[in-house]
Design a protein around this ligand. Structure first.
Ligand code: BMA
Length: 799
């Protein structure tokens, strides 16, 4: 085998720009490293980088070879490209999402060889293809400043999104290599699991890299082995495991993985397999049609967020950084992420990480918000893509669901052309969706399939944004329709797969792209890092609704994060309390592709916004949430664990000086997987100007929260005169905080990367809190000198 990754030369076709380029990698990063481009993420540089995607480019290198018969294998080739070897074309590709293999023996010579990848401008080809369509096929102009991304099988958000920079990168991000043509090896493994009491039967299909026959194959797992002879490139084996140790999602048990060792001819390979019985259950009931996941016989409430690509520039995607973000998801008590359909099918190591961390994956097929062609050539490409992707990743224990697309049913109502001729566009949609479903089922008959997100169900093309009776729901009325946070409590989704609220990134992240005078909400630089039209207006207007006007930009950033956290907290807490009517919440969105204002709970780079700290609490396996209902506030306990839980709750009112008065207490056992009202406190019992506070205990765990019956701006908060004392303990800082009056949403900040044990909490006089900060660099002494605090009172007062 000959690896062809490494050093290549990039040359603008018909132009003068040239640069060295390392594969795997993208051309924008290479041109930046060579000094031809500024950092596209800083300032307004994005617009100075767009010309790159408008040109054609050639990537080339030489290598020596013995000239023996070989195949070229390449993955993540982005996107419309021809590969030429010694002046002969050996491959024409136009789908970044699938792997290619081409017999290049006829072009290969013994000795020095020259290989070229000729990239056509993706933007130009997209426009040409759009013009050649028999009728207009609209794309989302709100999301894509570079047009017609729907014509290409390329990461859609490369052309921009309402949180994304538009750079149209290109390159090769996966493998590129020559392998001996005749060498038979494993390509993919399909595993179907049949669980019964104390036993699992695995049907294992070994898919070879070529249609060879009479190849001896074997597989072993958990001490059990099976052999078979491959015919036409495929071997079928069956292994039975008695008393299997099962894989569980995070919070429900251990994510146990077993080595599956495979032999194909004289080559070996291995995969890690989690044994689990994972089902999507969609049953008609009195409310409509339910939507829930059942794992190993247990209904599990899905808690998580939506995943977008790890970076807008593929060269910057690093496994260590992705691991840290997925670990953050897990640390915030999430058990599911949705790999959203406008990005990429992730690499194998991504799903390995999810397997290990016990994060179930809702996997969209890569279609989002646009309409699509339905001609035979386009559909044939989709068929190949789906078969390729499903074969590559479906064996992973984390893979919970295959979903046809993101919001394409809704998109039928967004474009005038489709509104005027719904028959045509709906039929075209169904051809695409049917192609995906058929290819999925033919590859993996046992796959859990869901036609679209949101969807009310198979062959239902109704509005999944406002129907809370059936299927999964994208509830965007609070953000995109400007409703107040309380509006989240007007719907009871069966499964909320998207709902979000934007915030500014943290100050350290803003400093990466905006300096000095640019650090103001309305400067061109800041506005360019906000891609949702009207987004900053919504953020500012929300602040006016809930808070006193912030003193200065830094407090604006703080309040933006606080209101984001409160919005999503309002939704999740209410919907969790609707269990089992509602069986999942995945907020929009976990991560960012570049530093910007967005709906993410993690900053670009992985640091936690306030929302992520809040998520750790509102997704806790056992928790008590305050939910107003008519003239009372209910304190509702939620128990996601498999054991009954004895809880004790105490309610108080608190005035602004921080004086508290008891308002009842209650002990109760909440059964496994159930919720229960612990206390009801009449609103009339909360004095004007005071708030409700409560604490709870359960099996050694403690928690507490506050609830204000009026918008926070109406509270006459006092200067809490926060006291902070720091002690460096090994590689962490311990911070002891005291307050002279009630302090709300106390938030600690440190310019050094790291994580606080908790953030955005209430502090009462006479009840000091101890918080820890763990700096990533282990330098606790320096961090202790840098930590500062904010709180709600201080946010409207000049420093
Ligand atoms: C959703 C997503 C994305 C988008 C987000 C915010 O519905 O599917 O298309 O980024 O809304 O507008």
């Amino acid at each position: 085998m000959l690896e062809l990754s490494g050093q290549w030369a990039l040359q603008q076709a018909g132009g003068t720009v040239a640069a060295p380029m390392r594969l795997p990698g993208d051309a924008i990063s290479a041109l930046m490293d060579a000094g031809h481009l500024p950092d596209p993420y800083a300032g307004l540089n994005e617009y100075d980088c767009r010309w790159v995607g408008e040109s054609d480019w050639v990537l080339s290198r030489s290598f020596t070879h013995d000239g023996s018969a070989s195949a070229l294998e390449i993955s993540e080739l982005d996107c419309v490209a021809e590969i030429w070897l010694n002046g002969r074309q050996v491959l024409a590709a136009d789908n970044q999402h699938r792997r290619y293999r081409a017999d290049v023996s006829a072009a290969l010579v013994a000795g020095e060889n020259h290989i070229e990848i000729r990239f056509a401008s993706n933007a130009r080809v997209a426009a040409e293809r759009a013009a050649a369509q028999p009728w207009p096929v609209p794309f989302s102009k709100d999301n894509n400043p570079i047009a017609h991304g729907n014509m290409l099988r390329k990461v859609h958000c490369d052309f921009g999104w309402d949180w994304g920079i538009a750079l149209a990168p290109f390159g090769v991000y996966g493998d590129i290599r020559l392998v001996p043509l005749e060498q038979v090896a494993l390509r993919d493994v399909l595993v179907v699991q049949h669980h019964s009491a104390g036993r699992v039967v695995l049907e294992i299909s070994l898919l070879l890299n070529q249609p060879a026959s009479n190849v001896a194959c074997s597989a072993s797992i958990c001490g059990q082995a099976a052999q078979a002879s491959a015919q036409n490139g495929r071997a079928e084996l069956q292994i039975t495991i008695e008393n299997p140790t099962l894989w569980w999602p995070a919070g429900a048990g251990n994510a146990v993985l077993h080595a599956l060792d495979i032999q194909v001819g004289d080559t070996t390979a291995s995969r890690r397999i989690g044994l689990r019985d994972l089902r999507l259950i969609t049953k008609a009931d009195a409310a409509g049609t339910g939507f829930k996941f059942n794992i190993n016989g247990r209904d599990i409430f899905a808690k998580g967020a939506n995943w977008i690509p790890a970076d807008a520039l593929p060269s910057r995607i690093e496994p260590a950084a992705v691991r840290a973000q997925l670990q953050s998801a897990r640390d915030a008590n999430m058990n599911m992420i949705r790999v959203w359909g406008g990005g990429r099918y992730e690499r194998d190591w991504f799903y390995d990480l999810c397997d290990e961390l016990g994060l179930m994956v809702w996997q969209d097929f890569m279609f989002a918000c646009h309409l699509y062609p339905a001609d035979p050539a386009f559909l044939a490409g989709i068929d190949a893509e789906v078969r390729d992707v499903v074969a590559r990743i479906s064996h992973h224990a984390c893979l919970a669901l295959w979903c046809g697309d993101n919001e394409v049913i809704g998109a039928l109502t967004w474009y005038e052309e489709a509104r005027k001729n719904r028959d045509r566009y709906l039929v075209a949609y169904d051809r695409l969706n049917r192609t995906i479903e058929t290819a999925l089922r033919e590859t993996l008959p046992s796959a859990a399939w869901w036609p679209s997100s949101p969807s009310a169900g198979v062959m239902d093309f109704s509005d999944g944004w406002h129907d809370d009776g059936a299927g999964d729901m994208h509830f965007w009325s609070v953000w995109h329709e400007g409703k107040d946070f309380e509006h989240y409590r007007t719907v009871r989704p069966r499964f909320a797969s998207e709902f979000g609220f934007q915030a500014f990134p943290s100050l350290e992240v803003i400093r990466q792209f905006a300096l000095g005078d640019d650090m103001n909400v309305n400067t061109p630089v800041m506005e360019s890092h906000q891609k949702n039209a009207g987004g900053n207006t919504r953020i500012a207007e929300t602040m006016l609704r809930y808070f006193r006007y912030p003193a200065g930009f830094e407090n604006f950033v703080y309040l933006s994060q606080l209101q984001q956290a409160l919005a999503i907290k309002t939704a999740v807490e209410y919907w969790r309390c609707q269990m089992p009517h509602c069986m999942g919440t995945l907020f929009w969105q976990l991560n960012d592709v570049w530093p910007c204002v967005s709906w993410s709970s993690l900053n670009y780079g992985g640091a936690w916004k306030l929302l992520h700290y809040f998520a750790k609490l509102f997704y806790a396996p056992v928790a008590v949430h305050a939910v107003p209902k008519g003239v009372v506030i209910q304190l509702i306990a939620v128990n996601d664990t498999a054991a009954d839980m004895a809880l004790e709750v105490q309610g108080f009112t608190a005035d602004m000086a921080g004086a508290t008065r008891p308002k009842g207490q209650q002990s109760a056992v909440i059964a496994a997987g159930q919720t229960g009202v612990m206390l009801e406190i009449p609103l009339a019992q909360i004095p004007t100007g005071a708030i409700l506070a409560f604490t709870w205990k359960a099996n050694g765990q403690t928690g507490g929260d506050i609830f204000s019956p009026v918008p926070f701006k109406r509270l006459a908060l006092q200067n809490p005169q926060l006291g902070l004392a720091f002690t460096a303990r090994g590689d962490m800082v311990e911070i002891t905080l005291t307050a002279a009056a009630l302090a709300l949403f106390v938030t600690l900040e440190c310019p050094a990367p790291g994580r606080f044990s908790q953030n955005g909490f209430a502090l009462f006089p006479g009840h000091p809190a101890t918080i820890t900060f763990t700096p990533e660099n282990g330098d606790a002494a320096t961090a202790a000198r840098q930590i500062t605090s904010r709180n709600l009172w201080a946010s409207s007062h000049e420093a």
